[in-house]
Design a protein around this ligand. Structure first.
Ligand SMILES: Nc1ncnc2c1ncn2[C@@H]1O[C@H](COP(=O)(O)OP(=O)(O)OP(=O)(O)O)[C@@H](O)[C@H]1O
Length: 313
């Protein structure tokens, strides 16, 4: 067994045995957006938003992309996976009374954790200032992943806002997701950290494709140049494709929205950054179904679909 298969097997085993008693399927809060869902079966997919470096805009992209998909009529959850240093709830002005630690301790179900955010988005908060959450072991990460996979009615999209760095906290969630968005900005440390994360995901977890989003750039030319820099090195040394999946301009409106604890796509939908997120959501919505081969049960929703009647198969 090679290293990647060994790790996958290990994670798979953990997923199989680590579910806390509280992590059970229950009633999913009805989403009014379902009315907008097409009659066809809806696919459920998890998208990890990562980047390696701190401060590059991972949470910003996760929140605004998630809300843009929600505004387009999709059923979207956002998991704040920056355990112990959560900030999605702060960015959106939400006041959670419970967090993922309560789920792991068996004190609530995942459904009870869901916090309604504006525009139909549902947020799963991670605790802040909680050392225990910052030190979760892989069994606990696996239990969180499994809780989503056991939802009676999974969402169409789960956005997972990951932490900075290369810890298991990041790699577990990114490896379980069907897609990884790599947020990169035009700084050497952002490029090297993004490359480092891609290397670990490809070498140790068999990830074969990541999607790069350039953030805080001046224009599309700069964004594509940034992508070229990263793709050139990874083409040479790694067995992974880095797709260009969009760019977000540096936008003072976005900063102002954050200060007001709002998503810019909600507060100023005509701003440059909001338009970029809207366009990105259109691209993400059209991504082909991920190839789940070899991912076994380490899965946020692997292969699951929900038909328009809401009854999972
Ligand atoms: N497109 C943008 N235009 C202007 N400012 C931005 C943009 N994207 C992000 N920022 C600024 O960068 C800050 C950091 O963004 P964010 O918190 O999303 O980064 P992060 O990668 O999630 O950080 P961490 O790893 O520390 O959680 C934001 O508070 C915001 O002020």
């Amino acid at each position: 067994m090679d290293q990647a298969s060994g790790l996958k097997q290990m994670l798979s085993n953990m997923v199989g045995r680590a579910t806390p008693s509280s992590v059970v399927a229950g009633d999913h809060q009805a989403s009014s957006l379902l009315a907008a869902a097409p009659a066809a079966r809806r696919h459920c997919r998890a998208i990890a938003v990562a980047g390696g470096k701190g401060g590059v805009g991972k949470s910003t992209v996760a929140v605004n992309l998630g809300m843009s998909l929600s505004m387009a009529g999709r059923d979207v959850m956002l998991l704040d996976a920056d355990m112990g240093l959560a900030n999605v709830d702060v960015m959106l002005g939400l006041t959670p009374s419970r967090h993922i630690g309560h789920l792991l301790d068996g004190n609530c179900t995942l459904e009870e954790l869901l916090l309604p955010a504006p525009r139909g988005l549902q947020v799963v908060p991670a605790g802040s200032g909680t050392r225990r959450l910052a030190q979760l072991d892989n069994g606990e990460h696996a239990a969180i992943i499994r809780a989503f996979d056991e939802l009676a009615r999974p969402p169409e999209f789960l956005l997972v806002d990951t932490a900075a760095g290369l810890s298991d906290n990041v790699t577990m969630f990114a490896a379980a997701a069907s897609e990884v968005i790599l947020v990169v900005c035009d700084e050497p440390a952002s490029l090297t950290d993004a490359y480092g994360l891609t290397k670990v995901l490809s070498r140790d977890f068999g990830v074969r494709r990541v999607r790069m989003v350039a953030n805080m750039v001046r224009n599309e030319g700069d964004a594509r140049a940034l992508h070229q820099k990263l793709a050139r090195v990874s083409d040479r040394f790694l067995d992974v494709v880095i797709d260009f999946s969009g760019w977000v301009p540096h936008d003072e409106r976005l900063r102002q929205a954050i200060r007001r604890q709002c998503a810019v796509v909600d507060l100023w939908p005509s701003s440059q950054s909001a338009l970029a997120f809207k366009k990105m959501a259109g691209v993400v919505d059209k991504w082909a179904e991920p190839d789940r081969a070899g991912l076994d049960r380490i899965a946020f929703f692997g292969g699951r679909t929900v038909p328009a009647d809401g009854v999972p198969r």
